[in-house]
Design a protein around this ligand. Structure first.
Ligand SMILES: [Zn+2]
Length: 380
């Protein structure tokens, strides 16, 4: 357990919520006049926003472009591989979303209409998202646990993409892995806990909502699979898995790690995220303006929002911007993209062997776990 895993009573007044944005907010055309009549000029406004919001100003990039400094020789996967080789990257940050887990069979539970919500019809949710709202949960935790049972980690195997992240770590190149996923597959893939920031929390642990006593995955799972609501052993409180609900803070580890990590970052790899949920999506703007960013995703996402680009501020990924030498988009399946990148780095076979060995190990463990139950059944 990391030092950040301390018991903490969440400050309910923090308005940052992992699940609060559907992506439309950042693109809303907030009209900010380019030349205001109130005496505020654009440069001053830019400076103000840069300072207030931590946006990178135009300066860095214009300087880089005019001085001919390139982040990458070419903005392709080969360019990234060349950069990794030359730079000897050891502070790579990976950021991941649901796209890295879909090939494991985990449904994207946040999208309505995936079928997961059908089972919940009888619970008369005021709206589908209510299931992840703390207020609703406190009144009626049942629908959440019905959904949790379907989503529960343990029956899924990490994907090739998860093992690519593990391989980056095994090679001493991974600084940190930030994930939006709550499926714990990074842990199953044995990415060390200190390298993980589970930005939207995890099913791995849970806490009593009343006394904050901590419970482990197995304890909660046992009860949830018996269709019980997990109740604290020392008080009448409900035990809620530590996934971040609407109206809850992101974990302390997120806030504690971000600044130092992104200052050190020598390559950012974004995997399977649509980059619409804040504050997670905003992480892409934090590395220095000369740090390359690679997106592996089934669509080109993360470009500057309307407001920022209108302000002439950098922000977002800039694959299509003139003079871009840092951002690369590889469009397709995350596993395919990671395998291709591994191939180009000369680790292709190693990655395949790792996936095979680890999946076999998981199968053996599952068999072992099933075996004593069978024996017990035969004896009785
Ligand atoms: Zn309790």
């Amino acid at each position: 357990m990391s030092s950040n895993d301390k018991e903490n009573v969440k400050n309910q007044t923090d308005t940052e919520s992992a699940t609060s944005s559907s992506g439309t907010g950042s693109d809303s055309p907030n009209r900010v006049p380019a030349e205001t009549s109130s005496g505020l000029n654009l440069a001053a406004l830019q400076e103000y926003l840069t300072e207030k919001l931590g946006f990178l100003g135009l300066g860095d990039e214009e300087e880089a472009v005019s001085s001919g400094i390139k982040a990458l020789e070419e903005t392709t996967l080969d360019g990234i591989v060349d950069y990794i080789d030359k730079k000897k990257c050891k502070n790579i940050i990976t950021m991941a979303g649901a796209g890295i887990s879909t090939s494991a069979g985990i449904p994207d539970f946040r999208s309505v209409g995936t079928g997961l919500y059908h089972n919940l019809a009888k619970y008369n949710l005021p709206h589908p998202q209510a299931i992840f709202e703390l207020n609703f949960f406190q009144e009626n935790p049942k629908p959440f646990f019905v959904l949790a049972k379907e989503l529960y980690p343990g029956s899924f195997k990490p994907t090739l993409c998860h093992y690519f992240i593990r391989l980056l770590n095994d090679k001493g190149m991974l600084l940190r892995h930030y994930t939006q996923n709550i499926d714990t597959l990074e842990r199953v893939a044995e990415v060390p806990e200190q390298k993980l920031v589970e930005a939207h929390g995890t099913f791995y642990t849970g806490h009593c909502l009343s006394c904050r006593k901590q419970y482990e995955l197995e304890w909660m799972k046992e009860r949830i699979f018996k269709d019980e609501i997990p109740i604290c052993e020392t008080c009448p409180g409900v035990v809620k898995p530590d996934i971040v609900f609407f109206g809850e803070n992101l974990p302390d580890k997120f806030h504690d790690s971000v600044e130092d990590d992104f200052a050190k970052c020598d390559l950012l790899i974004i995997l399977g995220s649509s980059l619409v949920v804040n504050p997670f999506a905003g992480l892409i703007d934090l590395p220095s303006s000369m740090t390359p960013r690679l997106l592996i995703n089934n669509e080109k996402v993360g470009r500057a929002s309307g407001l920022k680009s209108m302000m002439g501020l950098s922000g977002g990924l800039e694959y299509d911007k003139k003079g871009n030498t840092r951002d690369v988009a590889w469009i397709g399946d995350c596993d395919d993209g990671c395998q291709l990148l591994a191939d180009k780095l000369g680790w292709g076979d190693e990655l395949k062997a790792l996936v095979k060995a680890e999946h076999e190990k998981i199968d053996r463990i599952n068999k072992k776990e099933a075996a004593p139950q069978k024996k017990k059944a035969q004896k009785s």
